[in-house]
Ligand binder design. Structure first.
Ligand SMILES: Nc1ncnc2c1ncn2[C@@H]1O[C@H](COP(=O)(O)OP(=O)(O)O)[C@@H](O)[C@H]1O
Ligand SMILES: [Mg+2]
Length: 246
């Protein structure tokens, strides 16, 4: 299947002129973006910039009013793109049952499903909680479980929307370790964060959005030392007030 897990056909992803204006209010105003097949891209921008809307459009959850999304020269693949939300939804079921949700379409045997589930829970440090109720997990543990659930489907592209927004530093570090491992496993990652330290630790490159538009897409080091757009410069100065000049 073209663009399925393990396939390379869905890259490069080319977004051109994406607009979304429900009820006449322009929320995405001509987004252009290119994503190659490797690495971690961090999407930065102020609240209301359109970051979540862009992830939702890439995931197929939002049908934009106009513009094109080209996946390696073709249409959006049916499988291979996963999104983890800021507050992931947990079924009222065990941690293991939640981890293997995405395997349902594969019709694996109970034994294989359980084996894969336990293996991924091991990798996110939750194997010892496998039979607990998922809803009893802490915020950080739920976020790790959501990552495990997505990882198990071996997506080619993983979209993460502020996965550490409400986590303490140690839970944040654990999520960052898992995100790196998923990348090393061959998954392309596009991640929204407001944590600029996290962006410098994880990102190969930065996409900066504001007012429903992408203003720049730059390698990480250059973004923070020499942002190209006034909007990005102002954003960095607002977040890092001790850095007054570039
Ligand atoms: N379904 C919707 N209907 C109307 N407005 C929306 C909808 N979803 C988001 N918005 C608005 O679109 C703008 C961008 O939202 P969003 O993508 O969530 O921003 P952020 O960059 O903070 O993730 C915000 O002003 C938000 O209020
Ligand atoms: Mg958002």
């Amino acid at each position: 299947m073209s663009g399925g897990p393990g396939g390379g056909a869905m890259f490069p992803i080319r977004v051109r002129g994406l607009c979304h204006a429900p009820n006449g209010r322009e929320l995405l105003s001509g987004v252009d973006l290119d994503l190659g097949d490797e690495g971690i891209t961090v999407l930065l921008g102020p609240n209301g910039a359109g970051k979540t809307l862009l992830l939702r459009a890439l995931c197929g959850l939002l049908v934009p009013c106009s513009g094109t999304l080209d996946w390696g020269g073709g249409a959006r693949p049916e499988r291979g793109v996963m999104m983890v939300f800021q507050n992931p939804m947990m079924l009222r079921a065990s941690v293991l049952a939640n981890a293997v949700l995405g395997l349902k379409p594969l019709n694996l045997s109970r034994h294989d499903c359980r084996g894969s589930g336990m293996a991924v829970l091991e990798r996110v440090g939750l194997a010892h909680r496998a039979h607990d109720s998922a809803r009893l997990l802490s915020g950080g543990e739920q976020q790790r479980l959501a990552l495990a659930r997505a990882w198990l489907t071996r997506p080619r592209l993983l979209l993460l929307d502020e996965p550490t927004a409400s986590l303490d530093p140690s839970a944040t570090a654990e999520v960052e370790r898992i995100v790196r491992e998923i990348r090393t496993d061959g998954t392309r990652i596009l991640m929204v964060t407001h944590n600029l330290g996290q962006a410098t630790r994880l990102a190969d490159d930065i996409v900066f959005m504001s007012g429903g538009r992408v203003h720049e897409h730059t390698p990480t080091r250059r973004f923070f030392s020499r942002p190209q757009s006034d909007e990005a410069r102002r954003f960095i100065q607002g977040e890092l007030p001790w850095r007054m000049s570039f």
